[in-house]
Design a protein around this ligand. Structure first.
Ligand code: NAD
Ligand code: ZN
Ligand code: ZN
Length: 347
């Protein structure tokens, strides 16, 4: 099969022929019909992810058709349309037993712990636990964009963030995760303040329902600006970029008893991130992480997509083939993208 392979961190990847994957006894292989390009892929390519061994094939937001099935798989057969959370759970550890597959103790992640979906086929572990059926009427491109950023944003806003109608929600960083969060929070009846340094990203945020937009590059104190816009601070705030600046701005922009959700990854190479803990005590803030979303919690999100309340398809701003991936991956280091790029490995 054709796949995007890199041999060294930060060195431009190449598209070449590699052996087709074979399914594990509990796993499947999937013919990849669409796969999203996410900032986490860029982090992996930069060497920020300790799970990766070289040479490596990235890609973790995918949808496609089951190609082959291991002999212990009971729920899936070749031809099924599927997607998968980027955290593939083992199904048997303590976290999985508690229903928390998104923080499985023995998780695998395609595109990180093993070769991913920037390829014509990908192997996925523990298929009975992890695969999610894609409805016939949902396109593969839409389904692929659910796998990581949209589902992650859904968990962050709805499950961890417990968003409520009428609340003010601040979203710091309006890339794929942040724009999804803006759309989900607005659809939940919240009023959203979108923060970014890119005018294109803020235009999209407005289109997806943000009531207020803040350009962080020309706002000296983002947290103070949020307090002014929201009559005392956000009820819920997400760092959807992952940086010391956006993390602190998110926490500082909260009102009393507000909830901060850390979604953006804080690369281990940049050391620990200072968090305004004194404020967390004085204002009784909640500071939570959010990590993917378990497959068994997908149905309410899929239902909102089916009903047209949530439109992940609108987040897809470009579609490319495998040949264009090495340059697109490299470009993420310098050019902030607007919206989501989807790769179609067979086109
Ligand atoms: N926790 C999880 O489960 C999970 C899942 C998926 C992605 N992630 C992480 O979430 C983060 C966002 O991913 P993405 O794909 O949306 O990235 P992205 O690159 O598409 O978006 C980041 C956005 O932040 C903006 N930005 C840059 N500097 C800023 C600043 N100072 N203030 C405000 N905005 C600023 C950029 O212009 C861009 O629009 C990444 O760290 C990614 O690895 C985490
Ligand atoms: Zn991702
Ligand atoms: Zn587990």
């Amino acid at each position: 099969m054709q796949a995007v392979v890199f041999e060294r961190y930060g060195e431009v990847a190449e598209v070449r022929e590699v052996p087709d994957p074979r399914p594990a006894p509990h796993g499947v292989t999937v013919r990849v019909e669409a796969t999203g390009l996410c900032r986490s892929d860029w982090h992996g390519w930069q060497g920020h992810d300790p799970d990766i061994t070289l040479p490596h094939v990235p890609g973790h937001e995918l949808a496609g058709v089951v190609e082959a099935v291991g002999d212990r798989v009971t729920r899936w057969r070749p031809g099924d349309r599927v997607t998968v959370p980027f955290v593939c759970a083992c199904g048997s550890c303590g976290a999985c037993a508690a229903g928390d597959q998104q923080v499985c103790e023995r998780q695998t992640q395609p595109g990180f712990t093993h070769w991913g979906s920037f390829a014509q086929y990908v192997a996925l572990d523990h298929a009975d636990v992890n695969l999610v059926a894609v409805p016939e009427e949902m396109s593969f491109a839409t389904a692929a964009s659910l796998g990581c950023r949209f589902a992650t944003a859904f968990r962050a806003v709805v499950q961890q963030g417990r968003v409520a109608a009428g609340e003010w929600v601040a979203v710091h960083g309006c890339g794929g995760v942040g724009l999804s969060a803006v759309m989900i929070a607005a659809a939940s009846g919240a009023r959203v303040v979108a923060v970014d340094v890119s005018p294109q990203a803020l235009d999209l945020a407005r289109k997806f329902g943000a009531a207020q937009c803040l350009d962080a590059s020309s706002t000296p104190d983002t947290a103070a600006a949020i307090h002014a816009l929201t009559d005392g601070g956000a009820h819920l705030s997400l760092d959807a970029l992952g940086s010391p600046t956006t993390c602190a701005a998110s926490v500082n922009g909260l009102r009393r008893r507000g909830r901060h959700i850390q979604v953006g990854l804080l690369p281990s190479t940049s050391g620990t991130t200072p968090v305004p803990m004194a404020r967390a005590i004085a204002l009784e803030l909640e500071l939570l992480g959010s990590h993917g979303m378990a497959a068994h919690t997908y149905p309410p999100m899929l239902e909102l997509v089916r009903a047209g309340v949530l439109r992940p398809d609108l987040l897809v701003t470009s579609t490319i083939g495998l040949d264009a991936v090495p340059a697109a991956l490299a470009a993420m280091g310098t050019a902030p993208g607007a919206g989501v790029t989807v790769i179609e490995p067979w086109n």
